[in-house]
Write a protein that binds this ligand. Structure first.
Ligand SMILES: [Fe+2]
Length: 281
């Protein structure tokens, strides 16, 4: 590890891929496979190359071996390492089978720890089997406490599918992390967490949680409509696809994290501000 890389860690987060078996559309309308293919292309051409891509759940839309096989095919062109947590649309056993050797436990929750340079990435399974809302199970809470206690001087970035806070979109908020208070209590005992990054809502959201920055990652496909009126029916909308880029920089108090919203697509530019002589164009 060079001095330069030890001072900065770049993590791309993509979320809620909702991959279908090959040839099928999600909700009879959304080509989630094409959306992920565009996202992979965007990640591969991004410079500097992210150190890791974290996929924060809902890897497939409905769990089946063929859906996870399609997911693996779509991720194969990705030129950098990736790690995934499950979402409420996933099946633990099928995720474990799709990515063997990726998780801390042989059965149950799909938790994992990745050390990237000076930073620990703590990837947390928030799935409640058979339900859409999130829970951190007893074993996961104990694992998290142990992991965070093991290296108290290293900064930590946490990833999980279900947001541990409300967004104002009520039909999603009823599915958020039910025992967020237990997560908050752990983070207050271990203040090295600099980021709590979630998915699930298919929209870019930023707030604070237990002393850390907290975000929700947008999706490469469909967004949940920004309906702050609880009387509206739950609905999705095709907005500009995007992912998050979390840039950790070394510094006091476990360093700092900035989250960039990165749109996916071909755009006009970049154009230089100045000519070769330094004059403003
Ligand atoms: Fe989702």
């Amino acid at each position: 590890m060079t001095a330069k890389t030890s001072q900065r860690v770049v993590i791309a987060q993509i979320s809620d891929l909702h991959i279908m078996p090959a040839g099928m559309l999600a909700y009879r309308r959304v080509d989630t496979a094409a959306a992920l293919a565009r996202c992979v292309t965007e990640l591969n051409r991004f410079a500097p190359r992210p150190d890791l891509v974290v996929i924060s759940g809902d890897l497939v839309d409905a769990p089946s071996p063929s859906a996870y096989k399609h997911l693996r095919q779509l991720l194969a062109p990705l030129e950098m390492p990736f790690a995934a947590v499950p979402g409420n649309h996933d099946d633990r056993d099928l995720v474990r089978a799709a990515f063997p050797g990726s998780y801390a436990h042989q059965s149950g929750a799909l938790n994992s720890l990745r050390a990237i340079g000076a930073v620990d990435l703590v990837l947390i399974d928030s799935v409640t089997p058979g339900r859409d809302y999130g829970t951190l199970e007893r074993e996961t809470l104990a694992w998290l406490e142990t992991v965070l206690a093991a290296a108290p001087t290293r900064p930590a970035l946490l990833f999980l599918h279900h947001p541990p806070f409300v967004t104002g979109i009520e039909h999603m908020d009823v599915q958020n992390l039910r025992n967020a208070g237990e997560l908050a209590a752990i983070l207050r005992r271990h203040p090295r967490a600099r980021l709590v990054a979630a998915g699930h809502v298919h929209r870019a959201v930023a707030t604070r949680f237990a002393g850390a920055s907290a975000t929700i990652c947008p999706a490469p496909n469909h967004a949940v409509a920004l309906d702050l009126d609880a009387r509206l029916p739950s609905s999705f909308i095709i907005e500009p696809p995007a992912f998050h880029l979390h840039v950790w920089s070394a510094g006091e108090d476990f360093g700092s994290v900035v989250t960039h919203w990165v749109p996916i697509g071909d755009f006009d530019g970049p154009h230089r501000f100045h000519d070769a002589a330094g004059q403003l164009l």
